[in-house]
Ligand binder design. Structure first.
Ligand code: HEM
Length: 348
């Protein structure tokens, strides 16, 4: 709640110009409330770092990513199948749905077979091995991960459920797929199961296309940048905004771009699409470090909800058949409801 309330204050400062200067803002009730909220948030992260350090000093390390062998072989098979359909054309992606590959991924075997130190353990170990990183800096990294990891996935999963409510026929296919994977069992989903969730994954990617939780990213240029597509130079110091939301709705890339269509992520459609045509996690060296974890977490979370519930919405798809940004305005205040499909395990 503290993070959500902090976001309200941040958004308020976007629109209320007089709240922008820090000195003026700090005198207002919002400034004081912000201090209170930050205190709550920071004391949580301090507690996390402290308990991790205590555990680390006792020799206890965080979990390492170990994936069962059968899961990795399944994964390789499915990507081989996709690769064999069509040759990969240089400079374009053959679909991030095959593992959210990015230009950061140099190792093709990067599906988690390697044992890794949990991020916080890694930083604590580095600080104890002479790397110059203070406890406060470690805490700030934890703040970042906690915020980035929570707000975006919360938005992504809400949008996904909204889409399910709006498109009952698509929801039905998701249910069918999950029933095929899990049958009547209420066992928890595993990593191997998530690799079978092909249709759910397509729905998730399509959700991130039409409603990217991070709709724009911005950069301040440190040096002049000459654009490749003409005689234009962007001067150092200016801020460049990449409009993810707009890119994802380009009709030359996605025919009928306002339509929610999970088939946009069929391997044959993604094969020749430009690498940067789908950038919910941004791209390049400062892209989202949590994207694979986010996809995994979202698939586990959403499949668990969908196995047990049917999503109903109080508006129809036709209410969304408007152009571009207006869609979001019409969607304000609409409600979705979850109806139990079967016996609900306690974990839900
Ligand atoms: C659907 C879920 C997510 C989406 C859509 C998303 C999207 C993004 C985007 C667009 C950026 C780049 C922001 C910018 O350049 O201004 C970013 C950065 C980042 N994300 Fe995510 N993210 C998601 C989940 C996560 C999760 C689960 C974590 C951590 C567990 C995470 C950690 C980070 C971090 C640490 C950065 C900063 C990377 C850097 O600056 O080098 N994200 N994310």
């Amino acid at each position: 709640m503290a993070v959500m309330k902090m976001c309200d204050i941040l958004h308020l400062r976007h629109t209320k110009l007089w709240l922008r200067p820090d000195w003026l803002f700090s005198l207002t009730k919002y400034g004081k409330f912000q201090n209170h909220l930050l205190n709550i948030i920071h004391s949580l992260t301090r507690k996390v770092v402290k308990s991790k350090m205590e555990a680390f000093n006792k020799g206890i390390r965080g979990s390492t990513a170990e994936i069962p062998e059968d899961a990795t072989s399944k994964r390789k098979l499915s990507s081989e199948r996709i690769n064999s359909d069509k040759p990969i054309i240089e400079g374009v992606s053959f679909g991030q749905s095959t593992g959210l590959k990015d230009d950061l991924d140099v190792d093709d075997n990067d599906v988690g077979e390697k044992k890794r130190l949990a991020f916080l353990d890694l930083m604590i170990e580095a600080s104890q091995n002479g790397v110059n990183i203070s406890n406060e800096e470690i805490k700030e990294q934890v703040d970042t991960i906690m915020f980035e990891g929570h707000d975006t996935t919360a938005a992504g999963s809400s949008f996904f459920l909204s889409m399910m409510g709006l498109h009952p026929e698509i929801q039905e296919r998701v249910h069918q797929e999950l029933d095929e994977i899990f049958g009547d069992s209420d066992r928890p989903a595993t990593f191997a199961d998530t690799l079978e969730m092909k249709y759910l994954e397509r729905c998730l990617l399509e959700t991130l296309r039409v409603y990217p939780p991070v709709p724009i990213v911005a950069r301040q240029l440190q040096q002049d940048v000459k654009l490749a597509n003409g005689d234009y130079t962007l001067p150092a110091g200016c801020t460049v905004i990449i409009g993810t939301y707009k890119i994802h709705r380009r009709a030359d890339i996605y025919p009928n771009p306002d339509k929610f269509d999970p088939d946009n992520f069929l391997p044959e459609r993604t094969v020749n699409r430009h690498y940067y045509a789908f950038i919910p996690f941004s791209a390049g060296p400062r892209s989202c470090v949590g994207r694979k974890y986010a996809m995994l977490k979202l698939k586990i979370l959403l499949s668990t909800i969908m196995r047990n519930y049917r999503v109903k919405s109080d508006i129809q798809e036709k209410d969304f058949q408007l152009q571009g940004d207006i869609i979001l305005k019409r969607a304000e205040g609409f409600q979705i409801r979850l109806e139990a499909r079967k016996r609900i395990p306690q974990a839900c």
